[in-house]
Design a protein around this ligand. Structure first.
Ligand code: GUN
Length: 280
């Protein structure tokens, strides 16, 4: 049986419409500041999309495009200014930063109350104990997709491929909080294919084209592909061999049009949450 395709784009449109409606009832527009250092073309595309999302949601959006030569101190000074601005609720510094800049120090400098990426250790701590105020955007988007398609992780075998701070680790936590039995696989896992094949919910966040083959997909599984890779032809693709996996899965996310749009929608929701918090 062919898998149901999880339409992240349509779901993201719904989430953003709801965010827009709720934002319209606030005393002022939610404000998001996006910092982009250097000229990474992929980052440039993401930042432009985020500006469009802000327009769609009726948010104030301010973009700070800084040259690759920006010093650590200049970046920290900008963040400090944004931390103190009453019209800015969320601050996002696009990663990766150019070489020479200290990412950890930058993420620590962002006021946790404005950390709409949920990257600050304080917010990661809240997430870990199951009391998050912001949802990490990509994993949070995945959870929304599961919910929208009535896929409940409770009691299910969930396997996450990848252990990054941005996706793998917070993804595992959210699935765990949703009562899944969670296994995290990574580059040192000897039997990843075997473990993946046991998953009712399989989330791949590695960044390796062709990683997830049909033999790694359990019959009837939900397959969520978080990766954004380019194949040899320069075409956007995920980790999952989509056509063959779709023949075994019951649900599958496409790339593009799957998790990506949901990540951005969750950023808008976090910015709304931050604005609510700041408005009291
Ligand atoms: N680079 C890739 N993904 C992300 C993200 O979710 N947030 C930020 N700030 N940078 C990224």
């Amino acid at each position: 049986m062919a898998a149901t395709i999880i339409d992240g784009k349509a779901l993201a449109t719904q989430v953003k419409a709801q965010v827009r409606e709720e934002a319209a009832n606030l005393a002022r527009k939610p404000g998001l500041a996006v910092i982009l250092v250097g000229d990474n073309p992929a980052s440039r595309v993401y930042v432009t999309s985020k500006r469009k999302d802000c327009e769609e949601c009726g948010f104030l959006s301010e973009e700070f495009a800084l040259p690759a030569t920006t010093t650590q101190q200049e970046l920290l000074t900008l963040i400090d200014q944004l931390n103190h601005r009453a019209d800015i609720d969320g601050i996002l510094c696009q990663l990766p930063l150019p070489r020479g800049l200290n990412e950890r120090e930058v993420l620590l400098a962002i006021d946790p109350a404005k950390d709409v990426d949920c990257f600050h250790p304080y917010n990661v701590g809240l997430l870990t104990i199951g009391e998050p105020r912001f949802q990490p955007c990509t994993p949070g988007g995945v959870m929304e997709m599961l919910k929208a398609y009535d896929i409940n992780p409770a009691g299910k075998r969930c396997v996450v491929l990848g252990r990054s701070n941005i996706v793998g680790k917070p993804m595992a936590l959210l699935l765990l909080h949703a009562h899944g039995t969670v296994t995290v696989c990574h580059s040192k896992t000897p039997n990843m294919a075997e473990l993946a094949a046991e998953a009712d919910i399989l989330v791949s966040a590695v960044g390796k084209t062709g990683l997830v083959t049909a033999d790694m997909v359990k019959e009837g599984a939900a397959v969520i592909d978080v990766a954004m890779n380019r194949n040899e032809a320069g075409k956007l693709c995920g980790d999952v061999c989509y056509a063959e996996a779709a023949e075994k899965a019951s649900f599958i996310t496409p790339v593009p049009g799957g998790v990506g749009p949901m990540t951005r929608a969750m950023l808008m929701r976090n910015t709304l949450t931050a604005a609510r918090m700041h408005l009291g």
